[in-house]
Design a protein around this ligand. Structure first.
Ligand SMILES: Nc1nc2c(c(=O)[nH]1)N[C@H]1C(S)=C(S)[C@@H](COP(=O)(O)O)O[C@H]1N2
Ligand SMILES: [Mo]
Length: 223
């Protein structure tokens, strides 16, 4: 396997892997992956529901981001080359015109075709390097890594990087996270730099809770 170097200094508690495994919680979910040109994303929440089509995204500037990928369970795969469209551009050009007057969302839920769900604060999603990506290392996203479209938010743990993105809910108020957190331990921000691995407990404790699960999950997800 090729040797890659991290783009950024390794954050606390992370260990470099030599491969980029498919990882997640939905090994057995069955769903159809549309061709990228036919991909669309439903936008709903505190606004009238509408659909973003791939052609709408493709009209935006294409941008590339190289970043290390960090799973909360402590593995890291260095220097992943993503390409796609800045979430900020999507928001400014394609979503904002649909917002009711005085409605500024504070939090969003991102959902995948496999029903996986995660949340991100709008202020975090507007960062320069947050993408709706359709390419990885120069090729169309594979089914393993989130085809046809996935969220890429490199400052946040992998669990915020929703694959097979199919809908985004925008909400004005931060709710009690009831409907947002697919997992009771999901941290609302999950910033890698601050080791915000989960809620209720200090980040470093999760290293020891999650590390033993890595091998088994990788084998299950990559038969
Ligand atoms: N739709 C979907 N997105 C997901 C997941 C998932 O199971 N389903 N798992 C998350 C987790 S925990 C991680 S670490 C990354 C893994 O991305 P990869 O499979 O491309 O390595 O995807 C995240 N996004
Ligand atoms: Mo993860």
């Amino acid at each position: 396997m090729e040797k890659r170097s991290p783009v950024s200094p390794l954050p606390p508690g992370q260990v470099i892997r030599s491969d980029f495994p498919r990882f997640g919680v939905s090994a057995s979910a069955k769903f159809d992956i549309p061709q990228t040109e036919h991909a669309n994303i439903t936008i709903r929440g505190d606004l009238e529901t509408f659909t973003l089509r791939y052609a709408d995204l493709a009209a935006l500037e294409r941008v590339s981001v190289s970043a290390d990928f960090h799973c909360v369970t402590t593995w890291c795969y260095p220097d992943v080359g993503w390409s796609g469209f800045r979430f900020r551009d999507v928001y400014e050009h394609l979503v904002k015109p649909h917002l009711p007057a005085q409605m500024t969302p504070s939090i969003m839920a991102f959902k995948g075709l496999d029903r996986y769900k995660s949340s991100l604060l709008l202020e975090d999603a507007l960062a320069d390097n947050v993408l709706i990506a359709d390419q990885l290392d120069g090729a169309a996203l594979s089914a393993q890594h989130g085809a046809p479209l996935r969220l890429v938010a490199p400052a946040h743990y992998g669990y915020k990087n929703v694959k097979h993105l199919t809908s985004i809910e925008l909400w004005r108020d931060v709710p009690s996270y009831r409907s947002f957190m697919p997992h009771i331990m999901e941290h609302p921000r999950a910033r890698i730099a601050y080791e915000e691995r989960g809620r209720y407990l200090p980040g470093w404790i999760f290293r020891y809770l999650y590390r033993p699960l890595v091998g088994r999950t990788v084998r299950k997800m990559n038969p």
